[in-house]
Design a protein around this ligand. Structure first.
Ligand SMILES: Cc1ncc(C[n+]2csc(CCOP(=O)(O)OP(=O)(O)O)c2C)c(N)n1
Ligand SMILES: [Mg+2]
Length: 577
């Protein structure tokens, strides 16, 4: 095996990745992965983004894959470099994001014999990848070249099809690792007209049979980053059927006349939750974060619950789903109620929309009662101010909860920014890098809503602004610690709460911004925030954790009171109940 063999094989491999549709790759420096890195960087159809930190690189790739809805390749050297990909690979597995992980390794004779930077990389990511392959790169015979072209297509197809996710290819590479002359022509050029060696079979669409559905139904829509159109189809089906639409902002479906943006709050009221028990639930996308919604779905007994689940994701921790449909969700949603016309029970929808209107009015009044820029108001203003072509990444912890509760209907999907989040494993890690990856692979403005602890966790990700020249508006809600923990029983453990759970750090974010060459703006009012949103850099909103807890409680109490005051929330008894 010579360097020429290695490079011939890897050039063919990268050629096939590009033919399949890979547009972005992330590289991290090292010696052992030089042949993979150079082959990717020399492939003109693939844009390579250079990263010092492999953990950031993998999260960046995750963001780029989410934004572009295509597999993204990543390559790093051997040893702990490859281990640093682990958190993002796990997130990609759970969130079903296609990644093609290309790790370099020592050849077999240098493993477990004291050679440097050699760890056991076989199946390094365990069950968090869809496929592991130990790639024996040897002599570049015509047979081997055909095989490696097929291998690239297989990696792409496996990552992108069915239940999408990461694949791991481990490449043992022998020295010499660089070429000392020009690379000859490929004796096995790819197929004619730029076709891949093997056309990857991606999702098959199916015709959906017409389904009759009852009048008292709801649609529950959650995170759905790939099935473009499912959110819109959910909103249209809800409007056609006169069903309330309980859509979290990640679904792209939270709009239209029947969208109930305050479901998290309404379903906290046991009386309301019981009155609006439906005869049928249609679920699309992941299960929303809201605990009251999850508890309500789990409490519905024998009500028909149909999950539209083309990727086999089994989003049903309470085992409440009674039917699973693996077909194209858009086709199924369009076919709902199409055989016997849309069912009608105006009182059913009115029970929901009146309660929603009352809750929203109470929220609005409560949010405007304080002059300071609160956490809920920051989330709401962000949703209202970003242009429709923008993309917003929302971090885990309170930002994602505030988005679910306070983003108004109409702010996601048609007419609103696209909303993304790392909700596969709910980590706070890698969020800055993910957002820069989104910025790399999308048109239009990209913004990030993030807490201070999550920002501190991935502070190194800010290097992308300077090194890769990418623009991102980072809205940091800085409450100096993990504000979410104030909502949990652990907040009462005063001996250890602040130091070990809330973890205040006192970081001066203006200095962090300066280190990475970013603009920093501290904003205190709604007008200042909306003004600052138009520019890249860090926009810091200072809040207080204890006050935030009190505000959330005040808003929820006022809204629940308004809902309970409604006398007309009870719909007519269901004939099917
Ligand atoms: C990698 C990882 N480590 C720890 C956690 C547990 N965790 C959840 S929320 C949180 C605090 C986040 O604080 P911040 O980003 O400031 O948001 P806030 O709660 O203040 O809104 C932590 C540590 C996690 N989800 N992921
Ligand atoms: Mg915080």
């Amino acid at each position: 095996m010579t360097a020429t063999d290695t490079y011939l094989l890897l050039r063919a491999f990268c050629d096939e990745l590009a033919r399949c549709g890979v547009q972005h790759a992330c590289t991290s420096p090292g010696s052992r992965n030089t042949p993979i890195l150079l082959s990717l960087a020399r492939e003109p159809r693939i844009r390579c983004w250079s990263h010092i930190d492999e953990r950031c690189a993998a999260f960046f790739a995750l963001g780029a894959a989410k934004a572009s809805r295509r597999p993204v390749a990543i390559t790093c050297t051997s040893g702990t470099a490859a281990a640093n990909y682990t958190p993002a690979v796990i997130e990609a597995w759970h969130a079903r994001v296609p990644l093609i992980v290309l790790t370099a390794d020592r050849p077999p004779e240098l493993r477990d014999v004291g050679a440097g930077q050699a760890i056991d990389q076989l199946k390094l990511y365990g069950d968090a990848v869809k496929w592991f392959c130990e790639v024996g790169v040897d002599t570049a015979t015509p047979d081997a070249l055909r095989w490696i072209r097929q291998l690239a297509c297989r990696a792409y197809g496996t990552a992108a099809s069915g239940r999408p996710g990461p694949v791991h290819l481990n490449f043992p590479l022998r020295e010499p690792l660089v070429l000392d002359g020009p690379l000859p022509e490929d004796p096995v050029p790819g197929r004619a007209r730029g076709r891949p060696w093997v056309q990857p079979a991606l999702t098959a669409t199916t015709d959906a049979p017409a389904r009759s559905v009852p009048a008292r139904g709801v649609i529950v829509a959650g995170r759905d980053e790939r099935a473009a159109g499912a959110g819109e189809a959910a909103a249209q089906a809800a409007a056609r059927l006169g069903w309330p639409l309980l859509a979290d902002p990640l679904s792209g479906a939270r709009h239209g006349a029947t969208a109930i943006a305050t479901y998290d709050l309404l379903l906290r009221d046991p009386g309301f939750a019981q009155r609006v028990a439906p005869d049928c639930v249609v679920r699309v996308g992941d299960l929303p974060t809201s605990k009251p919604l999850r508890a309500w779905l789990a409490s519905l007994g024998d009500a028909r619950q149909l999950a539209l689940d083309p990727e086999g994701a089994w989003q049903d921790p309470a085992a409440a789903v009674s039917e699973v449909d693996r077909g194209d969700p858009v086709a199924t949603l369009n076919a709902l109620g199409s055989d016997d016309g849309a069912p009608e029970d105006p009182a059913w929808l009115r029970a929901w929309t009146e309660a929603d209107a009352a809750a929203r009015a109470a929220f609005e009044a409560g949010l405007r009662a304080t002059a300071a820029l609160s956490e809920p108001l920051t989330a709401r203003l962000l949703a209202q101010s970003l242009p429709p072509e923008a993309t917003l990444l929302v971090a885990s912890s309170m930002p994602i909860r505030d988005a679910e509760l306070y983003f108004p209907a109409g702010s996601a999907g048609a007419g609103g920014a696209r909303i993304l989040a790392n909700r596969g494993a709910n980590g706070i890690d890698g969020t800055v890098s993910t957002a820069y990856g989104v910025a790399a692979a999308t048109q239009g403005q990209v913004a990030l809503l993030i807490g201070d602890v999550a920002l501190a966790h991935d502070i190194g990700g800010l290097i992308a602004a300077r090194q890769l020249g990418l623009d991102l508006t980072i809205v940091v809600v800085n409450n100096d610690g993990g504000g979410i923990f104030h909502f949990l029983p652990v907040s009462g453990q005063s001996d250890a709460f602040e130091e070990h759970i809330a973890t205040p750090h006192g970081l001066d974010l203006a200095k962090a911004a300066a280190l990475y060459g970013l603009a920093h703006t501290r904003v205190d009012t709604a007008a200042e925030l909306t003004e600052a949103l138009g520019r890249p850099g860090i926009v810091e909103v200072r809040t207080d954790r204890a006050e935030n807890l009190a505000l959330h409680r005040r808003l929820a109490d006022a809204a629940l009171e308004a809902v309970q005051a409604l006398s007309s929330t009870a719909p007519a008894a269901s004939p099917a109940a």
